[in-house]
Ligand binder design. Structure first.
Ligand code: V47
Length: 374
């Protein structure tokens, strides 16, 4: 039997033939299809389908980014059950807020490195002036005007608007004026209201998260969208999350990447839950590739998935491994045993060893000069 014939038999046995045919005809998958994909017992059949879509878009390329992560404060007024990073009050044990000089120093120390992105995520600090954030951005641009600033989740934007008495659009416009280039995808968690009420009831809700991304796209910025999985959400709620992201993407086209984030249970209020398994992680990335026909990239954030699973995911729908990262606290405080940084050479080696072709990209997915696209 030919390999294709073998796979057709396998897809039929897994009950996925009709989905494969509809994908071939360019049809979109719906909620019930997504739930069937999650329920499918044959992980390799699911992966084969996702890999087919991945290779149609990206061939054998896998991209990564030379970036750094900065978390300027972990003081946070929100009480998300999954979070191990936040400290409620400025004086609480383990809380910190960097001075602007300390924040800028993180970039100054890497002034000569060919990094292309700074990714900033913070707690929701109740006492800082708005100028802390605008100065943070303009200071970065003074140090390295060429570096792309991907800063502040939609949840932070909503918090700034409420705290400083501005509209969401005003906040975005003023931050852009100071140097903001795009929004990261954090804060999405699970869009279904049932889950949000339980795990993150006191921060920006789903409609506002999506409205802020819509506004950012209208202002000309790009952004990402994440999904925190492996806690109390159902398969249906995962697919619903993907469909809400897909619907906004139909409107604006502004999302670049969908990023599933594996829940890490250490040191937070959901610590009794087990961490998602490797096969669940591969499944979530594969289903995302199949549901999200309009979002170009599916990213495995290697800090969250683990390096080995991130590498394997390159055959399960994933075409992007995020970046070098350098310093990461949110996952490491929640029990991640991944390294805190990878060099670009190490990421390239991982990608090549997985049988893919590494391509260094910038935040907007331009190939970085000097890298070659085959
Ligand atoms: O929104 C927090 C998640 C997110 C835990 O846009 C946790 O390129 C698992 O959004 N276990 C912030 N996850 C990080 C983020 C991100 C990461 C990489 C790339 C991009 C991008 C964005 O981290 C939060 C939350 O969903 N998170 N605590 C935890 N215990």
């Amino acid at each position: 039997m030919s390999e294709l014939g073998h796979m057709e038999g396998r897809l039929a046995a897994a009950g996925l033939s009709d989905i494969a045919e509809r994908l071939d005809g360019g049809a979109r998958l719906g909620l019930a299809d997504g739930v069937r994909l999650f329920d499918c017992p044959d992980l390799l059949a699911l992966g084969w389908l996702a890999n087919r879509e991945r290779e149609r878009r990206h061939g054998d390329r896998a991209c990564f980014n030379h970036n750094i992560r900065i978390e300027a404060t972990n003081v946070c007024v929100a009480s998300c059950l999954f979070c191990s990073f936040a400290r409620l009050e400025p004086g609480d044990e383990g809380s910190y807020t960097m001075s602007l000089e300390q924040v800028w120093d993180k970039l100054r120390r890497r002034r000569d490195e060919p990094l292309t992105e700074v990714h900033v995520v913070n707690g929701l600090h109740p006492d800082l002036p708005f100028s802390y954030y605008t100065d943070l951005l303009s200071g970065f641009k003074r140090i390295r005007p060429d570096v792309h600033l991907k800063c502040f989740t939609a949840v932070e934007i909503a918090f700034f608007a409420d705290l400083y008495g501005k509209t969401d659009e005003q906040v975005l416009a003023e931050l852009m004026e100071a140097g903001l280039d795009s929004l990261p995808g954090g804060g999405a968690e699970i869009f279904a209201e049932r889950v949000r009420r339980k795990i993150c009831h006191d921060k920006c809700g789903t409609d506002r998260y999506l409205a802020i991304h819509r506004a950012a796209h209208r202002l000309g910025m790009r952004s990402n969208v994440t999904m925190l999985y492996g806690h109390i959400e159902t398969a249906e709620e995962r697919v619903d999350h993907m469909l809400r992201a897909r619907a906004l993407q139909d409107e604006t086209g502004g999302f670049q990447a969908f990023i599933p984030l594996a829940f890490h249970p250490d040191n937070n209020q959901m610590r009794k839950l087990p961490a998602p398994t490797a096969s669940d992680t591969l499944r979530v990335h594969a289903v995302a590739r199949l549901m999200l026909d309009n979002i170009p990239h599916v990213k495995a954030f290697w800090i969250a998935t683990g390096v080995e699973v991130a590498q394997t995911s390159l055959w399960f729908g994933v075409d992007d491994l995020d970046g070098t990262v350098q310093e990461e606290r949110i996952y490491h405080m929640a029990g991640a045993r991944t390294p805190e940084a990878l060099t670009t050479a190490a990421i390239r080696r991982l990608i090549e060893a997985a049988g893919r072709t590494p391509v260094e990209r910038d935040t907007l997915y331009n190939v970085v000069a000097g890298d070659v696209v085959q």
